[in-house]
Ligand binder design. Structure first.
Ligand SMILES: *Cc1c(COP(=O)(O)O)cnc(C)c1O
Length: 396
C-alpha cells in the first residue's frame, strides 16, 4: 500500500533530522529482510500464539445484537490478549526484530501506559533493557501502570516538557533515540512517525484482520458488511482494516475521540478538525491552532488523546475508502456501561468509542447485515475514571 519512500498519497514520508536518518534506514533494511524470513515469522507466530494468546476470539454478541435490533454484531476480542490490548501484537514484532538487529535496549513512549506495559513485558521476556518515556501528567493519572512497568524491570522517565502528555513523550523518545542508536531500538506504539514505522506497525497489527476474515468465513461463510475500530494514532484500526481494503463491499469505519465535541476546543478528532501538517517525522492531518502550532487535545480516553493520525488513515480518508466519525466522551461512557451490562464485557474506554458508533448504526441496518467491532482492550484500567465521570467515589 505504500511505495518505497513510505508515502500514502500525499501523506507519510521521513521528515527526520540528519542524525536519525541512519537509524530509520537501518530499520527499513532490517525489516525488508526479516518480514519475509520464514524463521522470523515462525518465531513471531509462536510468540503470538503461545505467549500472547492468539488467535483472539471473534465473538458473536447475540444479546447486544438483540438489544439494538438491527445488524448482527461480532466483537474481535483483542482485550483478551496478554497485557490486555492489541498493543502486544506490534510490540512482540518490533522487539523480535530489534533482537535480530542485535539491539539490546528498547525505548518507548506511552500515554495511558498500555504500550509502555506491553514493551516492558516484551523486554522482560526477551532479556532486553527497557526505558519508557511517559508524560508527567500521565504518570500521575496512571500510577498503577508506572508500577507495572517498574515491576517488569523497566525504567520509567517522566517527561516534563510541553503539556507533559503523550505527544511530548514521543518527542522525548525520538530525542533519546538520536543520542543512542547503536544499541537501542525505538519501539513506536502506533501507525505513525517516520517511514518505516507506519508500515511496520500496520503489518504486525494486520494479524487482526487476517484472523477476522478467516473466522468470519468459518462462522458466516462470507465477509462482514462493516468493520470498525477506534482511532488514536490508528494501529488497531489499521490492523482491523488492512486485509479488507481490497474488498470494496466492506465498509471501513474509524471512530475518533471527539471529547466534549468537535465544535469545542476540547477534542482529539483529527479528521474532523485537523489540517495537513508535518510533525513527529510524518506528513498527515493534525489538530492545529490558527498559527499552525500543534493544538492541545482532549479526550476522556488517554489512549486516543493524540493530536494526529497515521498517514495511511489520512490517505484512506482522502480517497474515500474509509469513513471517520467523531464520538464524544458522553457517547463512549454510555457504550462502556452498556456493553458491560449487556454482554458482561468491560471494554477499554478507547474501544467504547467504536461500540458507541455501532450502537448508532446497527439499528438502522437490516438483520442480515454483519458488523465487526474490534474491542482493542479491556476496561479494568478505566473503571476509576468512569466512576469519577459519573460522580461516584471508588477506592483504588
Ligand atoms: C493505545 C490504545 C488505543 C489507541 O491506539 P491506536 O494506535 O489508535 O490503536 C486504542 N485502544 C487501546 C485499548 C489502546 O491501548
Amino acid at each position: 500500500m505504500s511505495n518505497s519512500r513510505g508515502r500514502f498519497g500525499q501523506h507519510g514520508g521521513q521528515y527526520m533530522p540528519e542524525t536519525l536518518m541512519n537509524a530509520v534506514i537501518e530499520l527499513e533494511e532490517a525489516y525488508n529482510h526479516y518480514k519475509d524470513d520464514p524463521e522470523f515469522n515462525r518465531e513471531l507466530t509462536e510468540l503470538f500464539n503461545e505467549y500472547a494468546g492468539r488467535p483472539s476470539r471473534l465473538y458473536y454478541a447475540e444479546k447486544l445484537t438483540k438489544e439494538l435490533g438491527g445488524a448482527k454484531i461480532y466483537l474481535k476480542r483483542e482485550d483478551l490478549n496478554h497485557t490486555g490490548s492489541h498493543k502486544i501484537n506490534n510490540v512482540l514484532g518490533q522487539a523480535l526484530l530489534a533482537k535480530k538487529m542485535g539491539k539490546t535496549r528498547l525505548i518507548a513512549e506511552t500515554g495511558a501506559g498500555q504500550h509502555g506495559v506491553a514493551t516492558a513485558t516484551a523486554a522482560a521476556l526477551l532479556d532486553m533493557e527497557c526505558v519508557v518515556f511517559m508524560g508527567e501528567e500521565d504518570t500521575k493519572r496512571q500510577a498503577l501502570n508506572v508500577y507495572r512497568m517498574k515491576l517488569l524491570g523497566s525504567e520509567v522517565i517522566p517527561v516534563k516538557t510541553g503539556t507533559a502528555t503523550l505527544k511530548d513523550a514521543v518527542s522525548e523518545a525520538m530525542r533519546e533515540w538520536t543520542n543512542r542508536i547503536d544499541d537501542t531500538h525505538y519501539c513506536l506504539g502506533s501507525v505513525m512517525g517516520p517511514h518505516p514505522f507506519p508500515t511496520i506497525v500496520r503489518d504486525f497489527q494486520a494479524v487482526i484482520s487476517r484472523e477476522i476474515k478467516q473466522q468470519m468465513l468459518e462462522k458466516e461463510g462470507r465477509l462482514p458488511d462493516v468493520v470498525m475500530a477506534c482511532v488514536g494514532g490508528g494501529s488497531n484500526a489499521m490492523g482491523t482494516f488492512y486485509n479488507f481494503i481490497e474488498d470494496k463491499d466492506v465498509r471501513l469505519i474509524g471512530c475518533e475521540a471527539a471529547g466534549r465535541g468537535v465544535d469545542t476546543f476540547e477534542t482529539a478528532a483529527t479528521i474532523a478538525t485537523g489540517r495537513l501538517g508535518i510533525f513527529h517525522g510524518m506528513k498527515s492531518y493534525f489538530c492545529q491552532d490558527k498559527y499552525g502550532q500543534i493544538a492541545p487535545v482532549y479526550s476522556i480516553s488517554a489512549g486516543l488523546d493524540y493530536p494526529g493520525i497515521g498517514p495511511e488513515h489520512a490517505w484512506l480518508h482522502d480517497i474515500g475508502r474509509a469513513e471517520y466519525v467523531p464520538v464524544t466522551d458522553d457517547e463512549a461512557v454510555n457504550a462502556f456501561e452498556f456493553l458491560s451490562r449487556v454482554e458482561g464485557i468491560i471494554p477499554a474506554i478507547e474501544s467504547s468509542h467504536a461500540v458507541a458508533h455501532a450502537m448508532k448504526i446497527a439499528p438502522t441496518m437490516d438483520k442480515d447485515k454483519i458488523i465487526v467491532i474490534t474491542v482493542s482492550g479491556r476496561g479494568d484500567k478505566d473503571c476509576a475514571a468512569i466512576a469519577r465521570y459519573r460522580g461516584e467515589e471508588i477506592y483504588e
